[in-house]
Design a protein around this ligand. Structure first.
Ligand SMILES: [Zn+2]
Length: 73
């Protein structure tokens, strides 16, 4: 089982920003390494979260590339 969480505060709630529209954010939780969308609009499913996607913690000021979470650093 993969545990992905914020390296700073341990939260598993994050969001990313649309690279083409910084005001358009996609919120999600990480459960057992899976991305669980908490944004209900169907549009947000268009977000493609990749290794290089800048990911922000919802609880603290941490942000880094998505792959950093996978590495557990
Ligand atoms: Zn955090």
């Amino acid at each position: 089982m993969i545990h992905m969480k914020c390296p700073a505060c341990g939260s598993q709630s994050f969001y990313t920003k649309d690279p083409e529209d910084q005001y358009n954010i996609f919120e999600f939780d990480l459960k057992d390494g899976e991305i669980i969308s908490v944004t209900e609009e169907a549009e947000s499913n268009q977000f493609d979260i990749g290794e290089e996607t800048e990911t922000f913690c919802k609880r603290c000021a941490w942000h880094d590339k998505f792959k950093t979470l996978k590495e557990g650093k």
